[in-house]
Design a protein around this ligand. Structure first.
Ligand SMILES: Nc1ncnc2c1ncn2[C@@H]1O[C@H](COP(=O)(O)OP(=O)(O)OP(=O)(O)O)[C@@H](O)[C@H]1O
Ligand SMILES: [Mg+2]
Length: 254
C-alpha cells in the first residue's frame, strides 16, 4: 500500500523553444494540501495543464491513484477523479449555473440511443445544495454565466470543484480575482476539503493564504522545482528567497 496520490517524474514541457517545465519531480500524499508558488511564468499553470491532460507533455511520467496515467483531456482526468479550477476558466458562457456544474456529467431522466431527456430539476436542486455547502452566493442560478461578474463565475467554478471533489482537487489561482468576502469563502471551502481528507494542489501568489492553509509549499522557478518547504519550518521571507533565487540554486524534489 502506498499513500501517494499523485506523482510526477521528470515532467517536462516545451512550447517550441520555451522550456516552460523542466524535470519536475513531485509527490502528493493522501490528504495532503500542497501549495505551488513562484513568479509569473515560473511554470505553475503548465504543471497543472500536464497533470490534468489539457496538454500533452514533452517528457516524463505521471502517476495518479496508484497507476501511470496518460489523460487525453480534462474530461478524462475528471472522470479519473481529478477536479480542477483552471486559471482561465472553463465555464460555458451561454449556459446557466446548473448546466455549468453538470457540464460533461449531465443527469438524464432517460437515455435511449439518440433520445435523451435531461433531468433539469435534480440538477438544479443539487446545484443549490452545492452552493449552500460552499456558502457561495449567486443571485440567480438560472442566469447564463455571461451575465455574472468575474468573481461570481470563479465561485461557480469552485463550487463545482468542491461539490464533485473525489480523489484530488487542483486550484490554479482560485482567489486572484475575488473580493475579501469571496476569498474568505473559498478559503473555507479549502478547509472543508482538508477536513474531508481530499488532497489539494493550490497554485497561489498569496503567501499569507498559502501559509495559512497548506501543509507544504513547493516553489517553482523558471520551470523547475527549487524547494519543498514544510509549514512550520518556513515563513514568508524564506519562501520569497526561493521564489526570487536568493536560495535554492539546485533542482529539488517537490
Ligand atoms: N501556450 C503557450 N505557448 C507558448 N508559451 C507558453 C504557453 N503557455 C505558457 N507558456 C510559457 O511558459 C512559461 C510558463 O508559463 P505558465 O503559464 O506555466 O506560468 P505560471 O507560473 O502559471 O505564471 P502566472 O503566475 O503568471 O500564472 C512562460 O514563459 C510562458 O510564457
Ligand atoms: Mg499561471
Amino acid at each position: 500500500m502506498t499513500d501517494i496520490v499523485l506523482e510526477t517524474r521528470g515532467l517536462t514541457k516545451y512550447y517550441g523553444g520555451v522550456q516552460a517545465l523542466e524535470d519536475a519531480n513531485f509527490i502528493l500524499r493522501a490528504g495532503e494540501h500542497v501549495a505551488v508558488v513562484g513568479d509569473n511564468g515560473a511554470g505553475k499553470s503548465t504543471f497543472v495543464r500536464q497533470i490534468t491532460g489539457v496538454e500533452q507533455r514533452t517528457a516524463g511520467q505521471i502517476f495518479f491513484d496508484g497507476r501511470e496515467t496518460n489523460h487525453a483531456g480534462p474530461l478524462e482526468a475528471r472522470e479519473a477523479g481529478i477536479e480542477t479550477v483552471f486559471q482561465t476558466l472553463a465555464l460555458a458562457d451561454d449556459l446557466d449555473v446548473p448546466s455549468n456544474l453538470f457540464l460533461g456529467r449531465e443527469l438524464f431522466k432517460f437515455r435511449l440511443g439518440p433520445f435523451s431527456w435531461l433531468d433539469r430539476k435534480t440538477m438544479r436542486e443539487r446545484t443549490l445544495e452545492a452552493l449552500k455547502t460552499t456558502a457561495v452566493k449567486i443571485p440567480n442560478v438560472d442566469n447564463p454565466i455571461r451575465n455574472m461578474s468575474g468573481g461570481q463565475r470563479q465561485c461557480v467554478a469552485i463550487a463545482r470543484t468542491a461539490a464533485f471533489a473525489s480523489k484530488l482537487v487542483i486550484m490554479d489561482e482560485p482567489t486572484a480575482a475575488l473580493g475579501v468576502q469571496e476569498t474568505a469563502q473559498v478559503e473555507n471551502i479549502i478547509r472543508g476539503l482538508k477536513e474531508r481528507g481530499v488532497p489539494l494542489v493550490l497554485v497561489s501568489h498569496n503567501l499569507r493564504q498559502v501559509i495559512d492553509l497548506v501543509d507544504r509549499i513547493v516553489v517553482f522557478r523558471r520551470g523547475r522545482i527549487v524547494a519543498s518547504l514544510n509549514k512550520g519550518e518556513t515563513d514568508g521571507n524564506d519562501i520569497v528567497s526561493y521564489i526570487t533565487g536568493v536560495k535554492g540554486s539546485e533542482p529539488a524534489h517537490g
